[in-house]
Structures are given as C-alpha cells and as structure tokens.
Write a new protein. Structure first.
Length: 288
C-alpha cells in the first residue's frame, strides 16, 4: 500500500469518525424535537418513527399540541421566570466578585497569591453532592429563601471558574498600562474600573455566558432547595415534575417540548459566542 492510498484511507477514516461523533452528539436533541412534534398515539407507535407519522396513513403529520400545552402551563412559565432570575443574578454576582478577585490575583503582589490560585482551582474539583446536605442544613437553619439559597449555592461553582479564567486575562494585560495610570494619579481601583475592566470585556462575556449556562441547567441544588417552596422551582425541576394536561398521563411529548424550548436559547447563545468561549477556556487552561 503506497503513501497516497494510505493518506486517502486515513482521511476517509477521519471523516467517518467525525460523522459518527456528530450524529452521536446531535441525535438526542433531534429525537427530542421529533418526539415533541408527535401526538400521544404517534408516540405509542411501534416501531418508533424517525419523523411524526399518522398511525393509519403513515403520512408525515407533525403537531404543535405539546408546545401549546407547555406554553399554557403555569408551572413551566413560572419555572422559566425563576430560572432567569436565579441565573442572571448568579452571573452578575460571579462577574462582580470574580473580576475583583482576578484583578488582585493577576496584577497585585501579596503573600499567598499562588496558594490562593491553587485553592480556587481545587474548589472546582469537588462534586456538588458532597456539600449539599451540609449546605442545606445551614441554609435551613438561617431561614434563607429558596431563590437566594440557589443564587448563593451556585456561586460555589461559578465563582471559582470565573476567577480562574479572568485571572489569566488580567495577567496578559501589559503592566505598563497600570504604571501609566499611576503616573497620571489614578488609584488602583480607578485603574481597574476605568482601564483594565473594559479591556477584559471579551473575557467577561465568556465567563458570564458559561456561568449563566451552568446556573440555568443546574438541577440537584434547585430540587433540594425548592422542596419546601414549590413556587420557586426553576425550569429543570419544573420539567422533571411535569404532569401534563391530562390526568394519569405520562406526558412524554410535552416533556420533550419543554426541553426543546429551554435548550434552544442556550444553543443560540453558544453558537453566537462560541469563539469567545473557546478563547476563554484556552486561556484559563493553558496559562493558569
């Protein structure tokens, strides 16, 4: 086998692998869309069809009944609002606190800075379930509301990531900028707020979006903290407890419709900011 044939085979094998990964990753989302467009009778068809089909004529017959039922469901719309409030609040707090911490770790000199960075990195390695029971006991003892509990709890995993990534961006900024600002009489805080922070706007967008996605999709903490306050349930919890519009019904189609409605905005945001997300992850992982 000559080199040219081997090169062609390698290229064909590479693209077969890419197609397999592409189908493997997108098929669950496609199946959710397919199921959300089926009626109850279509969902019970065996074998299952890859497109919504009429059980009798087998013609393609999608329906929007599941989406209409989901949109009219007050539990789902309330969950969307709660998720928006919690995710936006978590993102703003993570960026506010994380940017100050990253500025100190990236540009200021103080004892224990390296140890602080390693501690921040270590905080991202612990699974959430290890602190859930103790955290719930503390929050229940203090009598904190469900929404505020979720916001404070989500900061545990969004703040270390935000600080770690932003620290890398602050380190990359030329030190001459700070020196010039000091010569002009600017205080460290003025230098941070008026000069350095605007320069890190791409990093703020990256970390803010990733923090928002993490808070929007979080389920374990939300399920625990809203167990005694159903009105504060976020949308992942609302979907998991979805009962549908008909009594004693397994609302699979409506659950899939709700999942699609929740996922589409995140997918759109990721596609819009994908380059900045990759840049932020690369900077945080490589330059540390």
């Amino acid at each position: 086998m000559n080199k040219k044939t081997l090169k062609v085979l390698n290229r064909v094998g590479f693209w077969i692998l890419i197609c397999f990964i592409f189908i493997y990753m997108l098929f669950p989302f496609y199946w959710a869309i397919n199921s959300s467009l089926k009626s109850e009778s279509q969902l019970q068809m065996t074998p299952a069809t890859f497109v919504p089909r009429d059980p009798e004529t087998m013609s393609i017959a999608p329906t929007l009944k599941n989406y209409i039922a989901v949109i009219k469901d007050g539990q789902f719309t309330r969950g969307l609002w709660n998720s928006t409030v919690v995710a936006v609040s978590t993102t703003v707090l993570a960026l506010l606190v994380g940017s100050f911490a990253a500025f100190a770790l990236g540009k200021l000199r103080f004892r224990g800075k390296r140890a602080s960075l390693y501690i921040i990195l270590a905080m991202t390695m612990f699974p959430q379930v290890t602190i859930l029971s103790g955290l719930y006991a503390v929050i229940n003892k203090l009598g904190i509301g469900a929404k505020l509990s979720m916001i404070l709890s989500y900061m545990i995993f969004t703040l270390p990531f935000t600080t770690w990534v932003l620290t890398s961006f602050f380190k990359d900024l030329p030190v001459e900028i700070m020196e010039s600002a000091q010569v002009d009489g600017a205080t460290p805080f003025q230098t941070f707020r008026k000069i350095l922070l605007p320069l890190t706007a791409p990093a703020l967008v990256t970390t803010g979006l990733l923090s928002f996605i993490a808070a929007w999709n979080e389920y374990l903490f939300a399920l625990t903290f809203t167990s005694i306050d159903p009105a504060s349930r976020t949308v992942p919890v609302a979907i998991s407890l979805f009962t549908g519009s008909v009594s004693r019904q397994e609302p699979f189609g409506e659950i899939m419709a709700a999942a699609v409605l929740v996922t589409v905005p995140i997918v759109v945001l990721v596609l819009i900011f994908q380059k900045r997300i990759i840049a932020g992850l690369t900077a945080g992982a490589v330059k540390g």
